[in-house]
Write a protein that binds this ligand. Structure first.
Ligand code: AMP
Length: 190
């Protein structure tokens, strides 16, 4: 069982690379953002709560997000490994994830960070907003807020994994294929 956290700021390419990793390695992909969006589409209570935060570029509260992650994770007892994408985004979420996994005798093998220069993120997200249908990609003020939240609340999570000797960074700039090849190299070394 190999559990991996794919990390990086909004627009780093986590979703794109997750699709590749799932195909190549057979991970179960758990993206809290995707799960929130699917709840919004189905007009659930959770969806409407999540939307009120997402539309402002803010994080959905930890208690809600952690409960959701735990319940999704428990649906795949046969998984050969999980790829966590967009989670954990706070220190409390990182601790909760360790706790959930430890109760099942598991752990995180590595956090892999996709590093992309700040100026490129804004451009990528605005470009993605033209086709993604995501309201939070279409508004420059919301994009700026998401990047600020990343710096204030999420970037410190990197240190949590660094302290455990589990953080590895790769460049998130280049062709999709070259980034995928770099990710594959890291995964094969774990
Ligand atoms: P993403 O698809 O990962 O870019 O997430 C889109 C939005 O969903 C974020 O801007 C947050 O509002 C919310 N979200 C996704 N994952 C989390 C999380 N782990 N904790 C809190 N909010 C989250």
């Amino acid at each position: 069982m190999k559990n991996i956290v794919l990390f990086g700021p909004p627009g780093a390419g986590k979703g794109t690379q997750s699709a590749f990793l799932v195909k190549k390695f057979g991970f179960v992909h758990l993206s809290t953002g995707d799960i929130f969006r699917s709840n919004i589409k189905q007009s659930t209570e959770l969806g409407s709560l999540a939307k009120s935060y997402m539309d402002q570029g803010k994080l959905v509260p930890d208690s809600v997000t952690i409960d959701l992650l735990k319940s999704e994770w428990s649906k795949y007892p046969e998984a050969i490994g999980f790829l966590f994408d967009g989670f954990p985004r706070t220190h409390a979420q990182a601790e909760a994830l360790d706790h959930i996994l430890a109760e099942a005798g598991q752990s995180i093998a590595a956090m892999i960070g996709l590093e992309v220069p700040e100026a490129e993120l804004q451009t990528r997200l605005l470009e993605r907003g033209k086709t993604s249908g995501r309201p939070d990609d279409a508004n420059p003020a919301v994009i700026a807020q998401r990047i600020a939240v990343y710096h204030n609340e999420t970037a410190p999570v990197q240190r949590y994994y660094e302290a455990q000797g589990k953080y590895q960074a790769i460049s998130g700039v280049g062709s999709i294929e070259s980034i995928a090849a770099a990710l594959e190299n890291v995964l094969q070394s774990i």
